[in-house]
Design a binder for this molecule. Sequence first.
Ligand code: NAD
Length: 278
Amino acid sequence: MTILDGRRVAEKVVAAAAADIATLARAPGLATVLVGDDPASEIYVRNKRRRCVAAGIRDLHRRFGADVTQDELAAAIRALGDDPGVTGILLQLPLPPHLDADALVSLIPPDKDVDGLTETNAGRLALGRPGLSPCTPLGVLELLDAHGIALAGAEAVVVGRSNLVGKPMAQLLLRRHATVTVCHSRTRDLAAVCRRADVLIVAAGIPGLITAEAVKPGATVVDVGIHRTPDGLRGDVDFDAVRAVAGAITPVPGGVGPMTIAMLLANTVAAARRTAGR
Ligand code: NAD
């Protein structure tokens, strides 16, 4: 049984991004936009900024109160979009409920969209064209590749269909010639579908959803879920039971989480190159 070590692979991706940045005429500038005081978002953004700065990215963080209006935030995002010194924009979600996140994301120029959430980048991904894709599914792919997990022809099952994780994950696996099934909250007999998987990727946001009976012996299991529990961070997979069946599995923490931040750095470099190349 192999533990898919996200920390180790992430370090390599970060080192490659830092080396890339050192060759650029001007360091990429990433504007992380944080609205309100959601404690989880604050931690995520702080970690992202810290890793970016360590790799040589200029930190152009913007902070707004929970009472910011749609118009004020829209104007700020437009200004970042027009600013040539800003090469990447990350609007941390979720936003307070009075704000229309889709409308705000759509104001980010696609080539600065380091989270890959704009319609243009989702379309590029669906059509198999070059673009910026969401960091978490990109990180999952990088982690699988680093461990030599074969995807072409493999049965891949993705649990979850969010725009941030499940859907782009399915698209990326298709691009790599896997046979892809996407499960969601209305899927009948989830365990039976998951048991078909050579590669099972779980992003449902439900702690312990995947038990050993949902896993084919020898399968590769990637757990995207993150939950703070009294016993520490836990995922969507019952790790202790599933590791006895799986051929390879990601730990939580130390699996997909570090890969997500590493791919943000890679995307920020890619965005800077796209903006410079225009
Ligand atoms: P989401 O809530 O937007 O989507 C969850 C998806 O799971 C939905 O499509 C839903 O249909 C599906 N689902 C819900 N219940 C289900 C069930 N019983 N059976 C099958 N499918 C079910 O969440 P998200 O943004 O995609 O994130 C999923 C999880 O991944 C969360 O725990 C989140 O915290 C975590 N996450 C981790 C990282 C990371 O870097 N490791 C990044 C993003 C999200």
